[in-house]
Design a protein around this ligand. Structure first.
Ligand code: PLP
Length: 434
């Protein structure tokens, strides 16, 4: 289910409005044509999917690899069938390593990007407490919750999280990072700065972060979840201590991630168990899912320039429409992703209106416990709360066509008008029962 779906489903009870629908601000009626779990099916019922940054459909190569890797054994078992499953897993590990410029021994399979980030942040922090106390965890102010919340968890273990501020384009301040390192480098356990932001597409100067950190002997972790398959990757050349990847954003299965981690980097396990992955990650590894992910990574990369060019009409609309403001930097952004805010409107309302027009986009920000929260990413970039709540993210992928973008361009102005009317109109949100 796309990450916005839960916001609607829990914010507005299905009992309000018309038959199975609810009345939103301004009297707009949402008819519940979707049920929980229907999200990805929208691609099948004629809707245009423009939310690839939240998740992508399984790539045919992944499906095929999954099916043909279906060996009936645990890859950690000693018998012949177990060894066969192990061979599948070993091949997947080698393929992931090859595609990311890592060594096979540097590949740790996890349950997803969240666990990979958590293992890196918590694992490195805890390992770095041996010998001397290093309380500081330095993280970019726009990191994904998978990094932020795992860093915060370390506060109960003596950690002190320091956010590296970003500028209005969302780029971390190297000057602030340097200032911290000069004063506290010896007490800093790790730095975590994502390669590309999943909400705005802002690219970070990770090379420069690694260089600065290297002067102080501080390991750097980077979340590459949004960057994966957008450009050629080279973990070995990056100088990074650890990197998190997720399979389902690129056409691999949900529930599989990878932590690339240098052999020399100490990591404390998050949970105990059989220690199947390098003694730091326990649990049976899903060899079939790993094979499916590896199959995606073996596919040729799409042209980033061509993908990005598809969004030129959207860029033109954003720059010419008085109510729209681009939040994705014009330069130094992830190809195929745009974030913009809508004056005097709520992102959620826009998402709903566009959904009704058959276009699946997202607000870009997380919704937790059923409440759409202002984007911490946009807040870190200096935007006020109302503006943070007005963001829309459009993210495209291999299946997107110029016609899809034309449909979006046609639908957007009316959605803006209606969303603004919903905010300013006399009708307040009504949750009437029928
Ligand atoms: C940048 C980034 N990091 C980490 C994650 C978490 O990945 P997963 O869904 O595989 O746990 C996401 C998913 O939204 C993401 O966008």
């Amino acid at each position: 289910m796309p990450d916005w779906a839960g916001c609607f489903l829990t914010n507005w009870p299905a009992s309000g409005g018309g038959p199975g629908g609810v009345i939103l601000a301004g009297g707009i009626e949402q008819v519940n044509t979707k049920r929980p779990g229907d999200g990805m099916m929208s691609q099948m019922d004629g809707d245009i999917y423009l939310d690839y940054a939240a998740g992508a459909a399984l790539h045919p190569a992944a499906l095929e690899a999954y099916a043909s890797a279906d060996v009936p054994a645990n890859p950690h078992a000693l018998h012949r069938l177990g060894r066969r499953a192990r061979a599948v897993l070993d091949q997947a590990r080698a393929d992931v390593a090859e595609a990311t410029g890592a060594g096979p021994a540097e590949v740790i399979f996890t349950s997803g990007g969240t666990e990979a980030d958590g293992l890196a942040v918590q694992g490195i922090y805890l390992a770095r407490q041996s010998g001397r106390r290093r309380p500081y965890l330095l993280i970019g102010a726009t990191e994904h919750p998978a990094v932020r919340e795992n860093a915060r968890l370390m506060e109960s273990r003596g950690g002190q999280v320091v956010e590296i501020p970003v500028d209005s384009a969302g780029v971390v301040s190297l000057a602030k990072l340097e200032r911290h390192l000069v004063r506290h480098g010896a007490e800093t356990a790790l730095i975590s700065v994502m390669a590309a932001n999943n909400e705005t597409g802002t690219l970070q100067p990770v090379d420069a972060v690694v260089e600065l950190a290297g002067l102080h002997g501080v390991p750097v972790h980077s979340d590459w979840v949004a960057l994966l398959r957008k450009q050629r990757l080279d973990f070995g050349a990056s100088g990074l201590a650890a990197v998190a990847l997720s399979a389902h954003k690129v056409g691999g299965p949900v529930g599989l991630g990878v932590l690339l981690v240098q052999r020399r980097v100490g990591l404390e396990p998050l949970i105990g168990g059989g220690g199947q992955e390098r003694d730091v990650r326990s649990g049976t590894v899903d060899a079939r899912a790993a094979a499916a992910f590896a199959a995606v990574l073996r596919q040729d990369l799409e042209s980033a320039a061509e993908l990005d060019q598809l969004l030129t009409p959207l860029d033109e609309l954003i720059s010419s429409h008085p109510a729209l403001t681009a939040r994705t930097p014009a330069w130094g952004h992830l190809p195929g992703l745009r974030n913009f805010t809508v004056a005097d409107a709520r992102g959620e309302t826009m998402v709903y209106l566009l959904d009704k027009a058959g276009l699946a986009v997202s607000t870009g920000s997380a919704c937790s416990a059923g409440v759409a929260e202002p984007s911490h990413v946009l807040a870190a970039m200096g935007l006020d709360q109302a503006t943070c709540l007005s963001a829309i993210r459009v993210s495209i992928g291999p299946g997107t066509t110029p016609e899809d973008i034309s449909r979006l361009i046609e639908a957007l102005p009316e959605a803006v008008d209606r969303a603004q009317a919903a905010e300013s109109g006399p009708a307040k949100p009504k949750h009437s029962r029928t």
